[in-house]
Ligand binder design. Structure first.
Ligand SMILES: Nc1ncnc2c1ncn2[C@@H]1O[C@H](COP(=O)(O)OP(=O)(O)OP(=O)(O)O)[C@@H](O)[C@H]1O
Ligand SMILES: [Mg+2]
Length: 375
């Protein structure tokens, strides 16, 4: 009983003080749990054991698991330059991924997280925002802005090596992104906090039509294969596209927008149209105006051979190394192809293939239940 009380007294003392005085000897201990070596052996901490960029791992994952995206080499080089220990970065690295649905934007972000953090996307230093879920209400813009800024500040003062992934950027009210401008700008520090070591990745479908059309032209008229393309073939195009392309509200509710446009010429409701036409991610945002995005990475549309690879990979992930041909063809039949005339690209990339394969495996392959590749 006495021992128990002593332990409770000691622990409560430790909680409020970081030293203990015994007969003139001062014993100090760290105020942060993370400063204890033992703690960081088992729990994630902001140190080299847990955060260390691994280029080889990233290249291997992208080469083996991501199909049809050769321009990702540029993203790898950008990350390698950012994490070069001999030349510390002068600003946060900002990458913007653009492309149609199912081409691998989230998939690749996951591999990037795994190449930086031992805990991968589950790391407490990796943060994922989804436009539609977190920042889409126009009326809350001031709240979002101040919350986001203080939240970024809090996290980065804790550990400067953070990864922020903003998904569905085109669904975010653009002023919200203006709040991160001071954080991603060229500055040594803001309010005493070093933001330069962090990485921001923005994901969106904005510019996808332009990318597809341009790739189609280069491919069909100039006979270029996707492996021969470079970022310069696309970067200007994406930048122009996302700066000018209107946001989500404009696109998805175009019926109402058209009405508003008509009314615009006759009445004060025109101000309503002006207001909604500013919605949508980077659309005329400061982030673009001030050239704060370092690299725009296009995700090219996927062709038949890539879709077949995705199907095989999904079977492999479910322990089926030798799927039946008829099952592969069955899944191929679900895929819609475009553009209308040529039917060269999958309209949904490799999205939903995992679910289709899972269904077939559950139905026809016993190892779904036993873990062995047999019928
Ligand atoms: N290029 C690719 N190579 C291999 N697999 C891919 C590729 N693109 C997509 N996939 C597969 O499809 C799934 C869905 O892709 P992902 O979520 O990355 O698409 P996205 O580009 O983010 O689409 P969206 O714009 O709809 O969010 C991935 O988990 C992966 O299994
Ligand atoms: Mg996505």
């Amino acid at each position: 009983m006495l021992f128990r009380n002593l332990v409770i007294f000691f622990l409560s003392y430790v909680k409020f003080n970081n030293c203990f005085n015994i007969g003139g000897f001062k014993i100090e201990w760290p105020t942060k749990l993370e400063d204890l070596n033992l703690y960081c052996k088992f729990k994630e901490c902001c140190n080299d054991n847990w955060i260390k960029y691994n280029r080889v791992r990233l290249v291997k994952n992208l080469t083996d698991r991501v199909y049809g995206q050769p321009l990702l080499n540029e993203a790898v080089d950008a990350l390698s330059a950012h994490f070069n220990p001999y030349y510390p970065p002068t600003k946060a690295l900002t990458l913007s991924f653009h492309g149609m649905t199912g081409t691998g934007k989230n998939f690749v972000s996951k591999f990037i997280a795994e190449s930086i953090y031992k805990a991968g996307s589950k790391s407490k230093y990796v943060h994922h925002f989804i436009g539609r879920m977190h920042f889409s209400e126009r009326s809350k813009v001031h709240e979002y802005k101040s919350d986001l800024y203080s939240w970024l500040k809090g996290n980065m003062s804790d550990c400067p090596q953070q990864l922020f992934i903003f998904d569905e950027v085109d669904k975010i009210v653009p002023e919200v992104l203006n709040a991160i401008k001071p954080v991603i700008d060229y500055r040594d520090n803001v309010d005493g906090i070093d933001y330069s070591q962090s990485v921001f990745i923005f994901l969106s479908n904005t510019g996808a039509d332009l990318i597809n059309e341009h790739y189609y032209d280069l491919h069909m008229s100039e006979g270029k294969s996707r492996e021969q393309l470079s970022l310069t073939d696309f970067e200007w195009l994406i930048k122009k596209g996302i700066f000018n392309e209107e946001g989500w509200l404009n696109k998805e509710n175009s019926y109402f927008i058209n009405i508003a446009k008509k009314v615009y010429y006759f009445s004060f409701i025109g101000s309503f149209y002006q207001f909604i036409s500013t919605l949508g991610g980077f659309h005329h945002s400061d982030t673009i105006k001030n050239n704060l995005i370092d690299h725009y990475i296009p995700f090219l549309p996927l062709e038949e051979r890539h879709i077949r690879s995705c199907i095989r990979e999904e079977f492999r992930l479910k322990s089926v190394t030798n799927p039946r041909k008829e099952h592969i063809e069955q899944i191929m039949q679900y895929i819609e192809w475009g553009p209308d005339s040529s039917k060269t690209f999958s309209k949904t990339g490799c999205k939903r293939i995992g679910q289709k394969v899972a269904l077939l495996v559950a139905k026809y392959y016993k190892q779904y239940f036993t873990g062995r590749d047999e019928l």
